[in-house]
Ligand binder design. Structure first.
Ligand code: PGA
Length: 248
C-alpha cells in the first residue's frame, strides 16, 4: 500500500514562497511507495497546484472548507473555490481549528460530509488533549470524534477518498512526539472504531500520524502497525526536510 505523506503549511508562506518550495520539492521526486498531499494556505493553492499539474503522486488540498455551496459566510471558502484553484483534498477538524478557533465535533462532521459529497478527498484530523489523555479518556475522545464525523458520511466515497490523521494535541508543534506505544494504542483504537462503524471499508481507511514528525523519527513512525502515513507541520516548511521525510 502506498503511504501518504502530507504537508500542512498552516499560516506560513506567501504565494511566491509557496511556489518556490513547491518547485524545490518537485525536483526531489516521490518514491513509488509514497503519495504526497500538500496543504498550502488558500492564497497559494493555485501556485502549488500549477507546479504539480498532471502529477499522479502529488496532490494539493485546502486546510479548511465551509459546509455550504455558497452564501453569506464572510471569510470562508467553498468546495468549488478549492477545486477550481486546483485542490483535490481538504483537511477537516485540525486541532488548531478545534482548539484555537473553537470548532465543535458537529461542525467538523458537517464539513467532512459536505466536502466528501462535493467530490473532495477529505483528511479528518482527530486527537486528544493532554488533559483528556491524563484523565484516561483517549479511547472515548477518539471514538466520539470519529463517530460524530461518520453520522452523515456518504459511504460510497469512503474507500478511495477519505483518510484520518491521528494527531495528539499535546504533540503538535511542541517537539514532543508520541512514544511508539502511544501511537500504536491510538491507531489501534482508531482502526477498531473505523472497522466497527463502517465495516470492511472502514478497516481500509488510511490512518496517518501527525505531531512533531521530523526526519529523525519519521522512518520509525511510518513503520508502526496501522500507521498509513504522516501529517507533517513544521518539518514540511522547508523543501529539503520534507523531501527527506517523504523518502524516509
Ligand atoms: P507539527 O504539526 O508537525 O508542527 O507538530 C502537525 C500538524 O499540525 O498537522
Amino acid at each position: 500500500m502506498q503511504k501518504i505523506i502530507a504537508a500542512n503549511w498552516k499560516m506560513y508562506k506567501t504565494r511566491s514562497e509557496a511556489a518556490q518550495t513547491a518547485r524545490d520539492l518537485a525536483e526531489s521526486g516521490v518514491p513509488a511507495n509514497r503519495r504526497v498531499v500538500i496543504f498550502p494556505p488558500f492564497t497559494a493553492i493555485a501556485e502549488v497546484a500549477d507546479v504539480f499539474a498532471g502529477s499522479t503522486t502529488v496532490a494539493v488540498g485546502g486546510q479548511d472548507v465551509y459546509p455550504a455551496s455558497e452564501g453569506a459566510f464572510t471569510g470562508e471558502i467553498s468546495t468549488a473555490m478549492l477545486r477550481e484553484a486546483g485542490a483535490s483534498w481538504v483537511l477537516t477538524g485540525h486541532s488548531e481549528r478545534r482548539h484555537v478557533l473553537g470548532e465543535q465535533d458537529d461542525f467538523v462532521a458537517a464539513k467532512t460530509s459536505f466536502a466528501l459529497a462535493q467530490s473532495l478527498n477529505v483528511m479528518l484530523c482527530i486527537g486528544e488533549t493532554l488533559r483528556e489523555r491524563e484523565a484516561g479518556q483517549l479511547q472515548a475522545v477518539l471514538r466520539r470524534q470519529i463517530t460524530t464525523a461518520f453520522v452523515r458520511l456518504p459511504s460510497d466515497r469512503l474507500e478511495k477518498y477519505f483518510a484520518i490523521a491521528y494527531e495528539p494535541v499535546w504533540a503538535i508543534g511542541t517537539g514532543k512526539v508520541a512514544e511508539s506505544a502511544e501511537v500504536l494504542e491510538a491507531h489501534a483504537v482508531t482502526r477498531k472504531t473505523l472497522c466497527d462503524i463502517v465495516g470492511k471499508i472502514g478497516c481500509k481507511i488510511p490512518v496517518l500520524y501527525g505531531g512533531s514528525v521530523k526526519l529523525d523519527n519519521a522512518a520509525a513512525l511510518i513503520a508502526l502497525d496501522n500507521v498509513d502515513g504522516l501529517l507533517v507541520g513544521g518539518a514540511s516548511l522547508a523543501a529539503q526536510s520534507f523531501a527527506q521525510i517523504v523518502n524516509a
